[in-house]
Design a protein around this ligand. Structure first.
Ligand SMILES: [Zn+2]
Length: 208
């Protein structure tokens, strides 16, 4: 069995098909196997474990799948579920993203929030929007990525004082897309569920 695929992540939706979490593929399969979740196919049909495995019994279908996404058991193969739907839970779990260096880089997409250009990690700093010397706190709402020249230019001033405009208002991300590995591409199948929920909506919302 391919070890790598088991460590990639599956998106978890609640009964209302809202994203609540991500789990690794091994956990996702466990949930499907024990009946607490179903796999969601590209056709938006839900499958229990037997049905899911059955779907992939056709070798011509298997042949079309990127082999890195396949779970190889002794007698059969099936595709790792990219999305699962919980059978029981209908509420929405809003997991708060931990304020960590890694997560700030993901939130700000490696982009200097003052000159709007992308940079390698080493050329970016975490800037306090309201400077620490003015009691600016280290919170999601007060940190932003900044390249070194912008950081120097801004110095111990607010963006207004420095005549600089932030690309995005810094907010606490509402959903743990942060659990994805940095640089990991989100599967295209997730986009239906994440685009509105995370990438658009939560960034427009006021932080608590
Ligand atoms: Zn910059």
């Amino acid at each position: 069995m391919s070890v790598d695929v088991l460590h990639t992540r599956s998106l978890v939706l609640n009964k209302a098909w809202q994203p609540v979490n991500t789990v690794n593929v091994k956990e996702a399969i466990g949930k499907i196997y024990c009946g607490s979740a179903k796999a969601l196919g590209k056709d938006f049909v839900t499958y229990d474990f037997e049905e899911w495995v059955e779907t992939w019994s056709d070798l011509s279908i298997i042949a079309k799948v990127d082999r890195h996404k396949l779970i190889n058991c002794k007698t059969f193969k099936f595709m790792a579920p990219e999305i699962i739907i919980l059978n029981e839970y209908s509420g929405r779990i809003v997991q708060e993203a931990k304020l960590s260096r890694r997560n700030i880089f993901i939130r700000d997409n490696h982009t200097c929030q003052y000159c709007y250009k992308k940079f390698p990690v080493k050329q970016l700093n975490i800037d306090h929007v309201i400077p620490r010397s003015r009691d600016g706190k280290t919170t999601w709402e007060n940190v932003a990525l900044s390249c070194l020249p912008c950081n120097t230019k801004k110095a111990a001033r607010t963006p207004e004082e420095a005549g600089m405009k932030l690309l995005n208002k810094p907010v606490r991300p509402k959903w743990s897309a942060m659990q994805c590995q940095m640089g990991q591409q989100l599967p295209s199948s997730w986009k239906t569920f994440i685009d509105t929920f995370y990438w658009n909506v939560s960034l427009e919302e006021k932080s608590n």
